[in-house]
Design a protein around this ligand. Structure first.
Ligand code: IYR
Length: 248
């Protein structure tokens, strides 16, 4: 790191995580090395057509709450998680852990834990406005799909590296990884739901995860039920003219 740039305190006791000026004489522990970017993905079509083809896959993703119990192989889950974990992350610290749950007893425990939190949410925690905003989705505290979907992918965000070291931009990194996971599942013809019962502490307890892993998202994965219904309210997106502003 060059002299006088900003860093984040990692080795100082307090106040933790407060930016400090890096000493002028600071010298990086590891010298950068580079290799040619040879293994590039080259689409078989011009970028307009390739991007459109990608959009045509992704635009058909839906948040699904009615799953089939049709099995999905572990190999499929492994490829999807490899895709997710190829995401960029702050200083490539990869501040995530994915726990893939297929065990019926664990799925049941997770369902019961989630439903307990959701009961609190729908009866006490949620504001009137929030409940109003959710009304068109027809959701409630009943989450049978947490037992029916063949897999529950539980994403944990690491607040420290496994060796106790610093991580950076953990929220952003996990958000990107989950986005890529949803896209990979969609490419595999599988459905997902980004489910965030709150608080999610029960996930770490049920799955026996250490304290530096914070539950980030609960993602049922599987085939949609047949038939599968999705809320009309979730279908539309704002027009591109409102979404994208072009300057120049
Ligand atoms: N977690 C609850 C409530 C909920 C909240 C939002 I924001 C949604 O987009 C959908 C649901 C549930 O899963 O029912």
């Amino acid at each position: 790191m060059r002299a006088g740039r900003w860093g984040i305190a990692s080795h100082r006791p307090a106040p933790f995580g407060v930016p400090f000026r890096v000493a002028a004489q600071y010298k990086s522990a590891m010298e950068p090395t580079f290799v040619p970017y040879a293994d590039r993905y080259v689409p078989g079509a011009p970028p307009e057509a390739a991007a459109q083809a990608c959009y045509d896959v992704l635009r058909r993703r839906r948040s699904v709450r009615q799953f089939s119990d049709r099995p999905v192989s572990l190999a499929t889950v492994e490829w999807i998680v490899r895709a997710a974990a190829s995401a960029p992350s702050g200083a490539n610290k990869q501040p995530w852990r994915f726990v893939a749950v297929r065990d019926a007893a664990l799925k049941r425990e997770i369902r019961l834990g989630a439903e307990a939190e959701e009961r609190e949410f729908y009866t006490r925690r949620a504001s009137e406005r929030w409940l109003d905003d959710l009304a068109p989705f027809g959701t409630d505290d009943s989450k049978p799909y947490l037992e029916i979907a063949p897999w529950l992918i539980v994403v944990f965000r690491l607040v420290r590296a496994d060796d106790g070291g610093q991580v950076y931009y953990g929220e952003e990194s996990c958000g990107i990884a989950v986005g890529m996971l949803l896209a990979a599942a969609q490419y595999a013809g599988l459905a997902t739901l980004t489910h965030t019962p709150s608080p999610m502490r029960f996930l770490g307890e049920i799955l026996g995860r250490p304290a530096h892993e914070r539950p980030y998202m609960l993602i049922p994965l599987g085939y949609p039920a047949e038939p599968c219904q999705v809320p009309v309210h979730a279908l539309t997106r704002r027009p591109l003219e409102e979404t994208l502003l072009v300057r120049g």
